[in-house]
Design a protein around this ligand. Structure first.
Ligand SMILES: CC(C)(COP(=O)(O)OP(=O)(O)OC[C@H]1O[C@@H](n2cnc3c(N)ncnc32)[C@H](O)[C@@H]1OP(=O)(O)O)[C@@H](O)C(=O)NCCC(=O)NCCS
Length: 183
């Protein structure tokens, strides 16, 4: 049986964007202002994200202890809430619409590895969360997923397929359990 050999891993086909200085600067800004929880001021955080190339709408509330990989790949609409300990691993674009809520500890993933190769190659794909989507606490959205308008991924669930609009998904892998009716 062949085996994984991480010494053969080659990350050079992946281009993270930005330049080395920008990435290093962001690493420390992310540690100090976002991940640490020492800085609970939304406005300043939004300015910092924009300065690093993110597109950030109005009234975006980013709670303490949030981890953002590369802000130049991040687009966030208006009236968005991002809860404590959310991890947005935007190796490639993550596009978040208006009125989206990412609850505590949820994770947006854009990366994976090819487990069929000894070289364990990196795989990336974008994530899109359309308007009104709610990602529950501790839920995980895998790479390549589009959560259509007003889809709900319930707490602790794992989205491995696209989520239909106005639908509630539960479980791992997440399955549609009901429609989302809004009065
Ligand atoms: C998705 C979730 C909301 C449950 O929804 P659900 O599948 O509709 O829930 P249930 O099957 O238990 O529903 C029982 C009833 O209560 C209602 N209900 C349950 N939770 C509700 C909510 N948050 N909002 C509105 N109605 C809700 C349901 O619509 C259903 O009503 P019905 O029988 O009249 O249709 C829940 O599993 C979840 O993930 N919550 C996220 C919690 C979280 O992340 N909190 C952090 C932010 S504060």
């Amino acid at each position: 049986m062949k085996q994984t050999d991480l010494s053969l891993y080659n990350n050079s086909p992946y281009h993270p964007g930005g330049n080395a200085v920008k990435r290093i600067l962001w690493y420390y800004v992310n540690c100090l202002f976002f991940k640490s929880g020492l800085f609970p001021f939304y406005g300043v955080k939004n300015l910092l994200l924009r300065a690093f190339g993110a597109k950030i709408g109005k009234h975006v509330e980013i709670k303490p202890c949030v981890n953002i990989k590369y802000p130049w790949h991040l687009t966030i609409g208006n009236e968005v809430w991002i809860g404590e300990n959310v991890w947005i691993d935007c190796l490639v674009p993550v596009i978040i619409g208006n009125n989206v809520c990412l609850s505590q500890g949820s994770m947006i993933l854009t990366g994976s590895h090819n487990y069929k190769k000894t070289t364990f190659d990196l795989i990336t794909d974008n994530v899109v969360l359309e308007d009104g989507v709610w990602i529950g606490a501790g839920a995980i959205v895998n790479l390549g997923i589009t959560a259509a308008s007003h889809a709900v991924l319930s707490s602790g669930s794992v989205a491995t397929t696209n989520l239909e609009p106005y639908s509630i998904y539960q479980g791992n892998p997440a399955k549609k359990v009901r429609e989302r009716d809004i009065d």
